[in-house]
Design a protein. Structure first.
Length: 81
């Protein structure tokens, strides 16, 4: 979803009223999730669910891994899981 089409978009301030981020590609979404966490990504973002699923799959393998550092880029920039 484009931010400008969302009801939470403040056109005067040119930013989300909730302060969420909406990365345009998979690499950007992974970077945002690694730096700011999944909660910083807009719930309408095309890559958010894929990030949640990849985090659950990756983090379930090792209890020694910190939970906030489990998202790693995998595959290409396409939107397929």
């Amino acid at each position: 979803m484009y931010c400008e089409d969302c009801a939470l978009w403040d056109s005067e301030a040119a930013k989300c009223k909730n302060g969420k981020l909406n990365p345009a590609d998979w690499g950007g979404a992974v970077s945002v999730a690694n730096v700011y966490g999944l909660r910083a990504i807009c719930v309408f973002n095309d890559f958010r669910e894929r990030l949640i699923l990849s985090r659950a799959a990756t983090c379930g393998e090792s209890a020694a891994e910190p939970q906030d550092q489990c998202i790693v880029p995998t595959g290409s920039d396409n939107n397929t899981a």
